[in-house]
Design a protein around this ligand. Sequence first.
Ligand SMILES: [Zn+2]
Length: 261
Amino acid sequence: MQLIDAHCHFDFPYFDGHRDEELELARSRGLRGLVIPGVRRPDWARVRKIAEAYDGLSYCLGIHPWFVGEHSRHDLVELRRLLEVSPDRCVAIGECGLDRLRGNLDDQLPWFEAQVELAQALDMALVIHSVKTHDEVVSLLNRLRWGGRALIHGFSGSFQQARKLVDLGCYIGVGGVITHPRAHKTRDAISKLPAESLVLETDAPDMAPEGVPKGQNSPRYLPDILGVLAGIRTVPSQELAPILLQNVCRLYGWSGTQVGE
Ligand SMILES: [Zn+2]
C-alpha cells in the first residue's frame, strides 16, 4: 500500500529531534511522501529546506489566515517571485483561506483572494484552510471563476457543503476529524462523497486522531485514518488506497511515478 500525506506540518518544531524516526516509522507503514504547507513568510525557507532534505517530500508556500496581520503587500510580491522560479518540490500555494473562529474574516479575505488569483495566474494548485467559512469559500471561488486544482484541507462540515466544493473541482481533505465518533456530520459527508474527490492527510502535529494526545499527531497515523475511512465507506483499505493515491497525484500535478522527485 502506498500513501501520501497531502498536508503535514513536518517543519514544525514539534518534530525537531525525531524527524528521521517519524518518517522512517511512517514509511514502514506505507507512507510514500508528504506535502508540507507554508503558513507564514518567516517559515518559508524552513519549509523548503526540510522538504528538500528528504526523498518524497514536497511543499507549498502561502500565508495562512491566522497570520495575515504579520504580513504586508511586499510579502505577496515575494511569494509570487518565489513561485515564478518554480522550484521542483513546490507543488501548491497555501495554506491560505478563511477561519471564522480565529481573527477577522474581513481582514483575511483580501489575502485569500490574492492567493487564489496567484494560483490562477501561475496555474498552481491551492491548499485551502476553511473553518466554518465553506459558503464564503464557495462564493469567492465562484466569483473568481475558479477552474483549477484545490484541496479543502482538514475538512469538517456537512455533505451539502462538501458537495458544493467538490462541484467546484475541489478535493476534500480527510484527516483525524473522522476518527472521532462524535463527528457525525463530517463522517456522514465523507461516507457519501465520490471516492475520486477524497485526499488523505494528517495536518500533523495538529488534528490528533482519536487516542493520540493533542499536538502529537504524526504522519505515522495516516494508515489509521485510511482504516477509519475504509470502515465508514465499507470498502477494504486496499481498494481505497490506490484511488486516494491517484487523487493526490492529480491534485498536485504528479504523474504516478514522479511523486516528490
Ligand atoms: Zn495545516
